[in-house]
Design a protein around this ligand. Sequence first.
Ligand SMILES: NC(=O)c1ccc[n+]([C@@H]2O[C@H](COP(=O)([O-])OP(=O)(O)OC[C@H]3O[C@@H](n4cnc5c(N)ncnc54)[C@H](O)[C@@H]3O)[C@@H](O)[C@H]2O)c1
Length: 359
Amino acid sequence: MDTDGTDQGFWKGRRIFLTGHTGFKGSWLSMMLSRLGAVVCGYSLDPPTTPSLYDAATVGTLIDSDVRADVGDLDAVRSAMNAFQPELVLHLAAQSLVRQSYVDPIETYRTNVMGSLHVMEAVRGCASVKAMINVTTDKCYAQEGRGVPFKEADPMGGADPYSNSKGCSELVTACYRRSFMQPEGGALLASARAGNVIGGGDWARDRLLPDCYRAFAEGHPLTIRYPGAVRPWQHVLEPLAGYLRLARRLLEGKADCATGWNFGPAAADALTVGDVATMACTTWGEGAAWHSDEQDHPHEEGWLQLDSSAATTRLNWQPRLDAATAVAWTIQWYRDYHRDGAARALCLDQIERYAEEGS
Ligand SMILES: NC(=O)c1ccc[n+]([C@@H]2O[C@H](COP(=O)([O-])OP(=O)(O)OC[C@H]3O[C@@H](n4cnc5c(N)ncnc54)[C@H](O)[C@@H]3O)[C@@H](O)[C@H]2O)c1
């Protein structure tokens, strides 16, 4: 049965090369894959934050091989992949912050474009690999004057360096698929676009829920930018389950799945930043509050929604946690972590609960 893309029997013993495993999504994904019995080689730099979910949940003890190297180093990517002989590559490593991309655009493009290119080039030379998913973002699309949800065939773009680097990474993916993978009968190459995700254990700067946790834990009111901006909100487990569902189809040889996929929340779950901050305050309790920061900030797109109907109809994937539940799970995670520090147990409990939601 494939109700949630996390079917235990299918994943047991599968060899997976996971870049970005020390990051927020990569740590959750490592725990999901470990629960499913997959054999994982992680390839990343050190965790991008201190603290990090990777360290808090001792994720390194759950995976089989922990390589600390740069995706900017083609030889290192090739040699780690060839040594491990994976059948699936999940590429999550990235400079993942919009604001940081204004501070250091060169590094952002180096990692997000050249790094992705190196991973694809390594896949091309590694015969064991049957499938690869390049994880990009909803921000990869050209956004001028948009008022309707993005479909997968919409043009790539991206106004800020992060978004644009991900649009470029998508273009490289499409080029590699057409120029090399398909003609050479190589790995099935797909990309996955999800919006801002939330979940316990994210300590990144400039993300709303981690900012909530930091403020609430210290007993300060939360200051937020763009309270009126509409964003899609989804729990981190939603796109991760989608990636696994897509990966399974690719590993089963379904060549028509080697394309770009949206994994966004339901339209009703597009809420303003202020709405989400209010929900977070209610869940945390103890008088938690927020106010708006009036200063000027670098440009960020205000309206992003994905049309995920292809994933729903063709992969049988759909969101299971509405925005309010996703915010509640996230703030509960932080609150309980604040109390007892049991990060891995909190994640595994939510992974189980998520699997039960779909059964
Ligand atoms: N978190 C979100 O809301 C969100 C939304 C849309 C898309 N994404 C995408 O999902 C992926 C994972 O996001 P995240 O939130 O876990 O990011 P993160 O910043 O928490 O983790 C980034 C990971 O990439 C690794 N990394 C960074 N530069 C590297 C380099 N040069 N070489 C090797 N490894 C490097 C880091 O060590 C870390 O493991 C990224 O591709 C990101 O763009 C994230």
